[in-house]
Design a protein around this ligand. Structure first.
Ligand SMILES: NC(=O)c1ccc[n+]([C@@H]2O[C@H](COP(=O)([O-])OP(=O)(O)OC[C@H]3O[C@@H](n4cnc5c(N)ncnc54)[C@H](OP(=O)(O)O)[C@@H]3O)[C@@H](O)[C@H]2O)c1
Length: 341
């Protein structure tokens, strides 16, 4: 049955950011939007689950501009995202990178930037469009004047953002930018070794956490990508266009989070000062991770020491209700999640 409601088209709807946007609007007693999810595979279990909840599911691929034109047809709002991490683990892309003149990280950066330009080109053609929400990150290379030129997963999004702004001024008048904060879920998904995640010190029935100062005492912008992206993006849609929002729930250090986990488990925790593990396979990606940390410490996670245009949720002028980070931490099964030393 066709809906008379304006249409919200969500990229990455089977993933974390886009999935949270869809879940938020589905959770409302009366969603202001009809929802369309874009996926490469409408027959996947996640896509079928969305369709069973009344979401229109269509095929679309960031690498295929024609498919994006079709997926965006009739949209009032588009939520756009791209995924650096999947590309970074894609063997066929890494093989192409190996035969190219540039490093794997640069290759994937440029690949993701092209995907974003494809999305922006397609969005610029949608006559019905009222709002384009672009999930970006700060332009580390530009903001640091070349000092941090290898924060690949930031610049892949930011360079395309610059492209959109200069190529399509009309589209940019209807655009709002979302910078995702650090996912709390990094603690419970595969990257936990990277984030000062505590480990079980089984012999002592206590926790132990390694980390290097000041990485572990620096306040990062944490948010739950699953719970919080939807409410934050919904608020950004309600606010006037032209705003940039940092998706943050609370600013906490990794030490703060480890202490909260220990407190919830009722265990002691020992902190050991040592080098962080940036093991991302290729040394080029490890260096990129180190540069991201360096950029964040010197210029702010979202470049806020030099770019004062990025707003915190409390500065958006539209109310956003997020559950406290402590509640998110309390809900996780840390007994199972934390690895043994
Ligand atoms: N981890 C963090 O702390 C953090 C913080 C800030 C920003 N980020 C950024 O967040 C992004 C990842 O977002 P996420 O966590 O929402 O990703 P995710 O859960 O891995 O989901 C990726 C989504 O992208 C879709 N997708 C991937 N390639 C596609 C293509 N070629 N065409 C169409 N759809 C495609 C997938 O859909 P189908 O598979 O169904 O096609 C899926 O829905 C990364 O770029 C990363 O840089 C991460």
């Amino acid at each position: 049955m066709s809906s008379t409601k304006p249409l919200l088209v969500v990229l990455g709807a089977t993933g974390n950011q886009g999935g949270s946007v869809v879940a938020h609007f589905l959770s409302l007693s009366s969603s202001p939007y009809a929802l369309r999810a874009v996926t490469r595979d409408p027959s996947s279990a996640k896509a079928i689950a969305l369709a069973s909840q009344g979401v229109e599911v269509v095929a679309g691929d960031f690498d295929d501009p024609n498919s994006l034109d079709a997926a965006f047809r009739g949209a009032s709002v588009i939520f756009s995202m791209t995924d650096f991490a999947q590309s970074m683990m894609n063997q066929s892309l890494l093989e192409k990178a190996a035969t190219s003149a540039v490093s794997p990280g640069l290759y994937i950066r440029d690949y993701e930037a092209q995907q974003n330009r494809n999305i922006i080109d397609a969005a610029s053609k949608v006559r019905t469009l009222e709002r384009f929400i672009y999930s970006s990150l700060p332009y580390a290379d530009r903001l640091s004047e070349g000092k941090y030129a290898r924060v690949y997963y930031y610049d892949s999004k930011a360079s395309a953002e610059e492209y959109g702004k200069s190529t399509y001024p009309e589209l940019w008048e209807k655009t709002s930018i979302f910078y995702a904060g650090f996912y709390l879920e990094n603690y419970i998904w595969g990257t936990k070794d990277l984030y000062f995640c505590p480990k079980w010190n089984k012999g002592k029935d206590s926790l132990i956490a390694w980390g290097m100062e000041p990485l572990t005492t620096f306040n990062w912008p944490w948010y739950s990508v699953v719970q919080d992206t939807g409410p934050l993006v919904a608020a950004l849609i309600r606010a006037a266009p032209g705003k940039k929002l940092i998706g943050v729930n609370e600013w906490l250090s990794m030490k703060d989070i480890s202490k909260l986990i220990a407190q919830i488990l009722g265990k002691d925790i020992e902190f050991v000062d040592s080098g962080p593990n940036f093991n991302q396979g290729d040394p080029d990606f490890q260096r990129s991770r180190r540069e991201m940390v360096g950029f964040s410490m010197e210029f702010g996670y979202y470049g806020d020491k030099v770019d004062t245009t990025v707003l915190k949720p409390s500065e958006l002028g539209v109310s956003v209700q997020l559950s406290p980070v402590k509640e998110w931490i309390e809900k996780q099964d840390w007994e199972k999640v934390l690895p043994a030393e």
